[in-house]
Write a protein that binds this ligand. Structure first.
Ligand code: ACO
Length: 344
């Protein structure tokens, strides 16, 4: 139960960006043993956008953020915190500081969240905690990934799925209406199944950790990352069984019945997953936001891109109950219930 003095957390604007360049299923057919029919019917994907060698995850994140900041009409110097959910950073020490510099939000603290496709939901949950505690007033939450840089383009079981993109939301504290904004969330992790989906670091066996690693000759490599490895069937089964239960628990904590959901915005991993989750929740498919056909799986970016497009295209109205749910590597998954009340 929320206290009368505690602020609530409201999304006040959104933005999104994808690279100009895209690859459609027919172009993939030219490089791997696949077909447009297989990809469309098994995944719902027709094309995916990929960055050029001049672009990076930070360019996409900055474009999406700039859009969200301009739509919010806030002074960028009022942003207290920037949370960048990405698993494909420019810099392993974190890329959020580069984003902070690019959007010129000088006053904001900034850090990365590495949680694959659950990253944006986790980012919003962290922002909600900072806002409810009174620590911060305005937070920029960004989900951005460029998995095109990490897939093996000769592996037909993974490369067909992923695309690059970024989505952003400015969230702010409000005491205006405590019955709206973020109404609740729930987050989960099943670490024992981390191998189902991973991009692992493999140390060079000639230079074991803590040994000659620090003294290697110039030109020797300490190790390398693998390309994205996924057990698609297991991840599919996990998503279809766990995500509906997580949503139901989250709704129950917020005392909202599934029949009152206006929009379901799931991580865009596979069209069949979206349909199966909606069916388990007994939600009409008309309430499911899907743009996977145009972007593929953009990991942490998929929910905020879908949210931004649904709002910009006039689907979402004030008062609507929106459920978002992310799931993926970790394994991690999480849901959030939001009553939309953006100031227009
Ligand atoms: N084109 C043609 N045939 C293919 C392709 C392809 N691109 N890929 C696989 N196949 C073949 C397989 O080799 C297999 O052939 P076989 O029966 O002769 O062995 C057959 O198609 C069926 O393969 P499955 O893996 O069983 O196909 P499935 O229907 O499970 O679809 C998919 C695979 C699309 C990967 C699905 O399992 C899926 O979407 N899983 C979930 C992925 C996901 O949700 N990831 C989310 C998180 S992402 C993140 O966190 C970063």
């Amino acid at each position: 139960m929320q206290s009368l003095t505690q602020p609530s957390t409201h999304i006040i604007s959104t933005g999104s960006a994808v690279p100009d360049h895209h690859i459609d299923n027919y172009q993939l057919k030219a490089i791997i043993d696949t077909s447009n029919n297989w990809i469309s019917t098994r995944t719902g994907i027709s094309k995916r956008h990929v960055i050029s060698s001049e672009e990076s995850v930070i360019h996409l994140a900055a474009n999406a953020s700039e859009q969200a900041i301009q739509n919010s009409m806030i002074d960028r110097h009022s942003i207290d915190l920037i949370l960048l959910a990405t698993s494909t950073p420019n810099d392993l020490f974190g890329s959020a500081s580069q984003l902070q510099a690019l959007v010129k939000a000088k006053r904001a603290a900034a850090f990365d969240i590495t949680a694959a496709c659950s990253g944006f939901v986790i980012g919003l949950a962290i922002a909600d905690q900072f806002i409810r505690s009174g620590t911060y007033n305005t937070v920029l939450v960004v989900g951005a990934d460029v998995l095109s840089q990490w897939v093996d383009w000769s592996d037909r079981t993974t490369c067909i799925l992923f695309g690059d993109g970024a989505g952003a939301a400015v969230v702010q504290s409000s005491t205006r209406n405590k019955q709206s904004g973020i109404l609740g969330f729930e987050l989960n992790t099943r670490g024992l199944e981390c191998n189902q989906l991973s991009i692992k670091y493999i140390p060079n066996e000639n230079y074991p950790l803590g040994n000659s690693r620090h003294f290697n000759k110039m030109g020797d490599r300490n190790g390398h990352y693998t390309t994205l490895q996924m057990n698609g069937r297991e991840v599919y089964k996990f998503a279809v069984s766990e995500v509906p239960q997580s949503i139901l628990r989250c709704l129950s904590k917020a005392s909202i019945s599934p029949k009152h959901i206006d929009w379901l915005i799931l991580h865009q991993a596979n069209q069949r997953i979206l349909e199966a989750v909606a069916s388990k929740l007994e939600i009409s498919y008309e309430k499911v936001i899907s743009n996977i056909k145009f972007y593929g799986n953009t990991s942490a970016a998929s929910i905020p891109i879908a949210l931004n497009e649904a709002f910009a295209n006039g689907y979402i109205c004030n008062g609507d109950i929106i459920v978002i749910a992310g799931f993926g590597a970790g394994l991690t998954w999480g849901s959030m219930v939001i009553r939309w009340d953006i100031l227009c």
